[in-house]
Every structure is written in C-alpha cells, then in structure tokens.
Design a protein around this ligand. Structure first.
Ligand SMILES: CC(C)(COP(=O)(O)OP(=O)(O)OC[C@H]1O[C@@H](n2cnc3c(N)ncnc32)[C@H](O)[C@@H]1OP(=O)(O)O)[C@@H](O)C(=O)NCCC(=O)NCCS
Length: 146
C-alpha cells in the first residue's frame, strides 16, 4: 500500500466521531437513499472505534466490539469510494484483528455484505449463514478463527 495511512482511536461524541458517521453514511446508507442519522447510534459508545487517516483526513472506519468472552466482532468496515481497491481494507482488518488477538479472543464474527464476501474470504473469514436482508441489502454471517 503506497499511501501515508495512520489509524487512530475515535472518541464517542467528538468531531472525529461525527466524521465517522459521515463516512459510514456514504458507504452504507446514502447510495440506497437512507440516512444513518435517522437510526439510534448510541450503541457506538460501547465500541472501540478506529479511523483510517490519509494525512490528517479520516477516509475510513472500522469498529471492534465483543460478542462473548472468546469472540470479538468487527463492524462498520467502510472506506470512502475513491480510496478503495488499494489495500487499505486489508490493512485496517489486519490492524484490528491483531488487537483482538492480543486481547485473547479466539475468533472474530462479522456480518458482511454478500457483495464483499470475496474480500473477507481472502482474509480467511468463512461464511456461516444463508444470505439475509439487512436494510434491504443481502448479508451473511462470517467467522474467522484467530
Ligand atoms: C469492502 C471494502 C472495505 C474493501 O476495502 P478495499 O480497500 O477496497 O479492499 P483491499 O484493496 O484491501 O482488498 C483486499 C483484497 O480483497 C479483494 N477485494 C476487495 N473488494 C472485493 C470485493 N468486493 N469482492 C471480492 N474481492 C474483493 C481485493 O481484490 C484484494 O485482493 P488481493 O489481496 O488479491 O489483491 C471497501 O471496498 C468498502 O469500504 N466498500 C464499501 C463498504 C462496504 O461494503 N463495506 C463492507 C460492509 S460488510
């Protein structure tokens, strides 16, 4: 990856947090005519939120949370469109997987869009559900053993 990328924690309720909402809105809701700000986002305060920065500008998000003592969950993997396909998604995933591993988790769950199943397969996530709709978009449950 040939970019000046850094990853920083995002604190709930800050300007950086607002920026993370905008990035998720662009990636997950606006293309379908939806607005993520219409939803209850208070659960975000219980997550470890990270921003991917190009220089000083946040261009990506990735969140880490817990399903149970042995199982972490990755959420909100979103990269602004013009920065996709350059290895940043893989870099963010491996960064957060490393944190989960160091915290002693044995596996990571995620809910992925069917359209990006191949991205997660390359990172060794296995599909463990039939497709189901979430906000009208087909998704699957996936898991990776750490
Ligand atoms: C999905 C997403 C996070 C991937 O990030 P990215 O930076 O574009 O992906 P990378 O460049 O790191 O790709 C890593 C590998 O996965 C592959 N890949 C990327 N997107 C893919 C897709 N949709 N389907 C299959 N393979 C894919 C790449 O070709 C690359 O393969 P390589 O290692 O053999 O070269 C990004 O495209 C995105 O934000 N999309 C919109 C939001 C979204 O759908 N998020 C996921 C919700 S579950």
């Amino acid at each position: 990856m040939d970019m000046d990328i850094s990853i920083k924690s995002i604190s709930y309720g800050t300007d950086e947090y607002e920026r993370s909402i905008d990035i998720r809105n662009e990636a997950f809701r606006k293309p379908w005519g939806l607005d993520i700000r219409d939803e209850d986002l208070t659960g975000d305060k219980d997550m470890d939120m990270f921003g991917g920065y190009l220089g000083n500008v946040m261009i990506a998000t990735i969140f880490l949370t817990q399903d149970d003592e042995e199982t972490a969950r990755i959420k909100s993997v979103a990269i602004l469109k013009e920065y996709r396909g350059k290895g940043l998604g893989k870099y963010l995933m491996e960064y957060v997987e490393d944190i989960a591993r160091k915290r002693g988790y044995k596996r990571i769950n995620l809910m992925g869009r069917v359209s990006v199943e191949g991205f997660y397969n390359k990172l060794n996530y296995k599909t463990i559900s039939e497709p189901f709709d979430y906000h009208t978009i087909p998704h699957i449950d996936m898991v990776k053993e750490l």
